[in-house]
Design a binder for this molecule. Structure first.
Ligand code: NAD
Length: 497
């Protein structure tokens, strides 16, 4: 929580100097073509800044720069302990500029300022710090070889990494990639979403201040089909790390196959089940968590608990608790520190969410909370947290990722049926189980095809455990030491003794 008031934030917003240019070799510069696009705030429709619209020509420059910087060894060959010091300094600078970064994030993508500061910025700094701190504590291996052989198993930085990220947690998703990518010695080109480029652009300057050499971290704002595609097809990008939709994730695999077989690590969409059994230890806590699981960050969360599976014997009692709990999640001006639901990222996304609400009505689900656009007079894009009861898992609102605050409630009668419904989705990012029965908790957790499973909570976790998806939710893992695998190549060196 911040001591700044809404007026303080408004004032700062009015005087904030916003950078919209690309960042190559330690300098801000316009796109080669000179093209820009308007960055519009979803808070109230104000124009924030003209942003460089990079394309193939900028990708060429940035990749050449990243490659030559990597080959020079100025960063890639530093002792891990030296890189560690710089990464920790980078994390400190993110913390020190936390209020500015939080304000940029809120203005750019509409999330509440309290979340931007208390969650996004602090978690972003923490992920950079955690990766930096780890890097001089990782050892390579000596293989169990014959007496006259020495077999070294080493990990080397992979080279040039392109990181393409989404708009829902722009700073945090960038830092989940930057932490391990930079700590392991790579040169990185960040392509933020065209819907939320501002914190990524600002971050590049902080990296330079921290001591990351020019060219090691470049930022190319622009559209997916222009600069994103150029990076994904580039013959000199070694690894592509991505967070975004499953549709684009699949396209990136095609681009890699059509070009240089670059490694592609994908963190994609979700339609996560939140299973509440009749013997949940605390139904009130479960109801509050279910509301938060769909309303937090306006539902624009890859792990949003968008399918609430409730045992039929308690459903009539439980759904009203969730409906009551969601009332404490109210859209408001994101610059007000008391607001917990902000604006959706843009008009396109808002209309998309509203069309899913219409689909819920059309398919015969029963609206029990929310359902409307609100605060239209502000010029912003706000939608009430919405709950549909009486959903079945075949409906579009149960199958497709809405990426907004729309919850589908589905009943079940047995643990087997709950698991079958939970797993009946192309996605496999996350799931939760609420029960007091230890065996049921473990057996259900094992049966769920998801990369993260929470028991008697929703959305727990920190940097110590990997995060990523099964099935069409992706392949790689962010966070934890497992993330380092994506940014290194494994080498075997055989020495004849
Ligand atoms: P998106 O797939 O539309 O865009 C993601 C990024 O890809 C953007 O930077 C975009 O410009 C770029 N892109 C688009 N087309 C491209 C192309 N042809 N070539 C190269 N790049 C291209 O996703 P979004 O709407 O920004 O984000 C929402 C999605 O992100 C949701 O599906 C959500 O579940 C997912 N997400 C996943 C995680 C996770 O960790 N699994 C975390 C956050 C968000």
């Amino acid at each position: 929580m911040t001591s700044l008031t809404r007026d303080d934030w408004e004032q700062r917003a009015n005087t904030l100097k916003i950078e919209g240019r690309a960042f190559i070799h330690g300098e801000y510069r316009a796109a080669v073509s000179g093209a820009t696009f308007e960055c519009i705030s979803p808070v109230d429709g104000r124009m924030l800044v003209e942003v460089a619209s990079c394309d193939l020509a900028d990708a060429e420059l940035a990749v050449q720069d990243a490659r030559s910087t990597f080959n020079s060894g100025v960063w890639s060959r530093l002792a891990p302990a030296q890189r560690k010091r710089v990464m920790i300094r980078f994390a400190e600078l993110i913390d020190q500029h936390g209020e500015e970064l939080a304000l940029l994030e809120t203005l750019d993508m509409g999330k509440p300022i309290s979340d931007a500061l208390g969650i996004d910025v602090s978690s972003a700094a923490n992920s950079i710090r955690w990766s930096g701190e780890a890097i001089d504590k990782i050892y390579d291996e000596v293989a169990a070889t014959a007496h006259d052989q020495l077999g070294l198993v080493t990990r080397e930085p992979i080279g040039v990494v392109a990181a393409i990220v989404p708009w829902n947690f722009p700073l945090l998703m960038s830092c989940w990639k930057l932490g391990p990518a930079l700590s392991t010695g790579n040169s990185v080109i960040l392509k933020p979403s065209e819907k939320s480029p501002l914190t990524g652009i600002r971050l590049a300057q902080l990296a330079i201040e921290a001591g990351i050499p020019a060219g090691v971290f470049n930022v190319l704002p622009g559209y997916g089909h222009t600069v994103g595609k150029a990076l994904a097809l580039h013959m000199d990008v070694d690894t592509l790390v991505f967070t975004g939709s499953t549709k684009i994730a699949k396209q990136l695999m095609v681009y890699a196959g059509e070009s240089n077989m670059k490694r592609v690590w994908l963190e994609a969409g979700g339609k996560s089940p939140n299973i509440v059994f009749a013997d949940a230890p605390d139904l009130q806590a479960a109801a509050e968590a279910a509301a938060g699981a769909i309303a937090f960050n306006q539902g624009e969360v890859c792990t949003a608990g968008s399918r609430l599976l409730v045992e039929n014997s308690i459903k009539d009692a439980f759904v009203p608790l969730v409906v009551a709990a969601i009332k404490s999640w109210k859209p408001g001006n994101p610059l007000d520190p008391a607001t917990n639901v902000g604006a959706l990222v843009d008009t396109t996304q808002m209309n998309n969410v509203l069309s899913y609400i219409q689909a819920g009505h059309d398919e015969g689900a029963k609206l029990v909370a929310g359902g409307k656009r609100v605060m239209e007079e502000t010029g912003g894009t706000y939608v009430e947290p919405t709950i549909f009861d009486g959903v079945n898992n075949a409906m579009r609102i149960a199958r497709e990722e809405i990426f907004g605050p729309v919850l589908s409630v589905i009943g079940f009668d047995s643990a087997e049926e709950a698991v079958a419904i939970a797993n009946d989705t192309p996605y496999g990012l996350a799931a939760a189980v609420w029960t007091s029965n230890l065996s049921k908790a473990h057996l259900t957790a094992k049966a769920l095809r998801a990369g993260s499973v929470w028991v008697n909570q929703y959305d727990g976790g920190d940097m110590t455990a990997p995060f990523g998806g099964f099935k069409q939710s992706g392949n790689g893992r962010d966070k934890s030491l497992h993330a380092f695998d994506k940014y290194t190549e494994l080498k075997a060196t055989w020495i004849k003794l």
